[in-house]
Design a protein around this ligand. Structure first.
Ligand code: ADP
Ligand code: ADP
Ligand code: MG
Length: 461
């Protein structure tokens, strides 16, 4: 049934993004919020706002009962979970459906399967998608796991099956380290995610992070090409682009086709992302995980494909069949997104929740800024530090980088430090300009170029 009233169980820039898509579809919006977000932009923009509890996420944005009660009292017929919070919580998806509403995303069973990163690896293997060499499912026996790690060759990664957002990953460089780290990783995963399952993967050195956007309606699945997110700090993405200039057409075809095959194998419904590591030297790619939700970096795909991914996922949740045929999905030009965080790049990216004093936003041709800011806004200290995302489109990568530099020059946020100076510095890097990067390129570069970021205003508050 078409959705008439959508509740947004999230906050920040993604809540604003979802409200916009809903409004264009003629859908009413109900924004739930914590006590700390009463003056947020999403609350201001939505048709209706409902307070669901105290600032701590566990008592508000993760409070399933409070969210379902708000949805019932507001007469919502669907819930969009955004990313983070409850977006990949299978029990929440089931509870929404049990309460008679649509969950904007795949079924609880699909989330359960693909959200367990070890189970997802097995699913990928069954669908014929190459995975990183590693353990067969979660580790049961520590001695057997150590023997496997030795066989794989160090370094190896110990990953939490329930991990996400760059958390729950450790690297072991030798058997002794493995023997110490693996049990630690398991007990930490139990504390952080409520699931102590861990698995092992060989470390792919100098790999690029390439991910494929898919959209499915439970029967058909299409892809919207790839994004490259190799510039990462602490395994979190800071700069994303589409397409990846590193892929030859036949590799792109293989990646995108394998992503569709995997999504089809689970009857995928909604927007999803299949993440891979790509080895330039060998041309090999390996599945690492699937994110069963909209991703932070989805706008770069929207810019090159001319598709509104959030609107499409809402339509699908409302029972529509896919409106897009693969043959009609063409990518054109190049898009780059940078994440503007309330962090101080001159001080080890320390989160710095403050008040927005002055604000000048970039605009003009090919520029999009998805954000949650206004002058005088006090950033609450309780949540992640993402303030917004600057996205540019150009005819090619060169043009997109020129636009990014121009738009960053127009952007001015005062009152608190942001990551903006980092991106000006990155644009000046020969490796970035040539896209000669991999997932472990950024961290050592940051060590060496701290002075350049500070010169560009990283220390100015
Ligand atoms: P993206 O590729 O969309 O950036 P991330 O994995 O970085 O995906 O996660 C996006 C958001 O979701 C971040 O705010 C991250 O902290 C959060 N997140 C993802 N997975 C989890 C998880 N398992 N537990 C807590 N937060 C998560
Ligand atoms: P999360 O669920 O936290 O997003 P991922 O499994 O997607 O975790 O991995 C996050 C990042 O960690 C990847 O983008 C990549 O930079 C790095 N990574 C993950 N697995 C490997 C691996 N086997 N070898 C090298 N780097 C990896
Ligand atoms: Mg990931």
């Amino acid at each position: 049934m078409p959705i008439k009233r959508l509740l947004i169980a999230n906050r920040g820039e993604i809540a604003v993004r979802i409200i916009r898509a809903a409004r264009e579809l003629g859908i009413e919006t109900v924004q739930v919020h914590s006590a700390a977000d009463a003056d947020s932009r999403a609350v201001q923009l939505a048709d209706r706002a409902i307070d669901i509890g105290p600032p701590q996420a566990a008592k508000s944005y993760l409070n399933v009962d409070a969210i379902l009660e708000a949805a019932r009292s507001a007469g919502a017929d669907a819930i969009h979970p955004g990313y983070g919070f409850l977006a990949e919580n299978a029990d929440f998806a089931d509870a929404v459906v049990a309460a008679g509403m649509a969950f904007v995303g795949p079924s609880g069973d699909t989330i359960r399967l693909m959200g367990d990163k070890a189970a997802a690896r097995r699913q990928a293997q069954e669908a014929g998608v190459p995975t990183v060499p590693g353990s067969d499912g979660v580790i049961g026996d520590m001695d057997a796991a150590k023997a496997l790690a030795v066989d794989l060759g160090f370094p190896v990664m110990i990953k939490a099956a329930a991990g996400g957002g760059g958390r729950g990953i450790r690297i072991a460089h030798n058997a002794d380290e493995f023997a110490t780290l693996a049990p630690q990783a398991s007990s930490e995963a139990l504390a952080a995610f409520g699931d102590g399952g861990i698995y092992v993967e060989k470390v792919i050195e100098r790999a690029r992070h390439i991910e494929v956007q898919v959209l499915g309606d439970g029967t058909d699945v299409v892809h919207c090409y790839e994004r490259e997110c190799s510039l990462q700090r602490r395994r979190q993405k800071v700069w994303e682009e589409a397409p990846s200039v590193a892929l030859k057409p036949e590799v792109r075809e293989g990646l995108c086709t394998s992503a569709v095959a995997l999504a089809k194998s689970v009857g995928y419904s909604g927007a999803g992302t299949i993440e891979y590591l790509y080895d330039d030297a060998t041309g090999d790619y390996y599945f690492i995980e699937m994110n069963t939700r909209i991703q932070v970096e989805h706008p770069v795909t929207e810019m090159i494909c001319g598709v509104d991914l959030v609107a499409e996922m809402i339509r699908i949740a409302g029972g529509e069949k896919l409106r897009l045929a693969q043959a009609g999905l063409r990518a054109s030009g190049h898009a780059i997104e940078v994440r503007l965080n309330a962090e101080d790049p001159a001080n080890n990216f320390m989160p710095f929740p403050g008040q927005i004093a002055e604000l000048t936003l970039p605009d003009g041709p090919g520029v999009r800024f998805d954000h949650m800011l206004y002058r005088g806004y006090q950033i609450p200290p309780f949540y992640d530090s993402l303030l917004g995302k600057l996205i540019v489109w150009g005819e090619d990568r060169e043009h997109a980088m020129a636009r990014l530099g121009r738009a960053l020059g127009e952007l001015s946020v005062t009152g608190l430090p942001t990551t903006a100076p980092l991106f000006q510095a990155l644009l000046a890097s020969d490796d970035v300009r040539a896209s000669a990067v991999h997932t472990r390129w950024l961290e050592p570069w940051l060590e060496e170029n701290q002075h350049m970021i500070m010169d560009r205003g990283g220390a100015a508050a």
